[in-house]
Design a protein around this ligand. Sequence first.
Ligand code: HSE
Length: 435
Amino acid sequence: MPVNVGIIGFGTVGSGTAEVLIKNKELISKKIGDEIIIKKIADLDIETDRGVPIDKNILTKDANEIIDDPDIKIVVELIGGTTKAKEFILAAMEKGKHVVTANKALLAEYGKEIYEAAKKYGVGIGFEAAVAGGIPIIGALKEGLSANRIHTVFGILNGTSNYILTKMKEKGLPYKDVVDEAVRLGIAEDPPTLDVDGTDAAHKLAIIVSLISGYPIDYKEIYKEGITHITPDDIRFADEFGYVIKLLAIAKQKEDHIEARVHPTMIPKENMLANVNEVFNAIYVEGDFVGPNLYYGLGAGRRPTGSAVAADIINLARHIINGEKGVIPPLGFSKEEKSSLAIQPIEELKSRYYFRVSAVDRPGVLSLISGILGKYKISIESVIQKGRKKREDDSVPIVMLTHEALEKDVRKAISEIDMLDVVKDKTVVIRVINE
Ligand code: HSE
């Protein structure tokens, strides 16, 4: 029997999903042994032509026509937001329908409730498109790497920030100029707040941490910092030290805690992630048996994201066609237990650091700064003070890399440094990794 699907939301991702299901219909049928039929598509705008060859009669403005249709077995939520989307998903599950969603914000905030509903009603939920668009990282973590304890994940999960940092580096331009151009070109949203302040990457990291730990975590537990304070100077100094600055989402499962954080990070130029540029995403994963794995591709866009949504539809359709009982649980764990491993507060992090202090160029200034660092047991690895060209406020950049230090000591030291009369601006702090 063909499997009927209803799609709620006919925007960029909805049309990409419909397009791939229609264009590759024969291939998909050959793979699963039957047809997937898009029975209805709901959207408030049913007039605009999305360039997808569908029968206009399947369009409706009312999502409930999909949720209430007993012939529709899979409901695809692609409207975004956390209010209506949640209502639709829970209502569909209650009616025994499997659900596919691309809604990272919803899962990052209300994952626990949604996964519990899926289990209660015995339905599947696919969310491959919620993290890194076309890259099948959810499938990899849930299935391909299921035998492993995943201890490390480093991800470039936000294409907009990666594009901005790439262009700042290539052109030596300030953040604002690059953002304005990216908005003009339609590459960044206007304004791209949730992309550049780390929220989008934190949503995606929350889903990844839930998958590797087996318990749905709330993204608000994840420390996040965006890229808006990064300057072309920082990018240039990083380059001189042998590093590239990327907005990195980091998860580590340690013996007694989990690290989960999103922030600009200096990574060695030879690290493969340092060469992931423009809007591309990449995820580096390390498991205890598999060792290192690297995933690279497009994290957004109609076709890559449509490909991920369609993959979830295909998996669920296969399950329906085969008449199987019991789907893979939402996070791949039959028993989701609150982990004894808490997320480590950022203050407890041990890391190497880059500081750019804006200080007056006068004898004794460096010793004042290094005195404060010494007081907090922060050891300096190298320092650069290039030239004597002063800025308008009479300051010059003093740039240093530290050995490993404790974040809470760094915070105290930097706030003391920033109170010195000779320091003219807030010190820029970037965490450095050497892996
Ligand atoms: N806005 C996201 C990005 C894509 O810039 O990567 C959708 O998750």
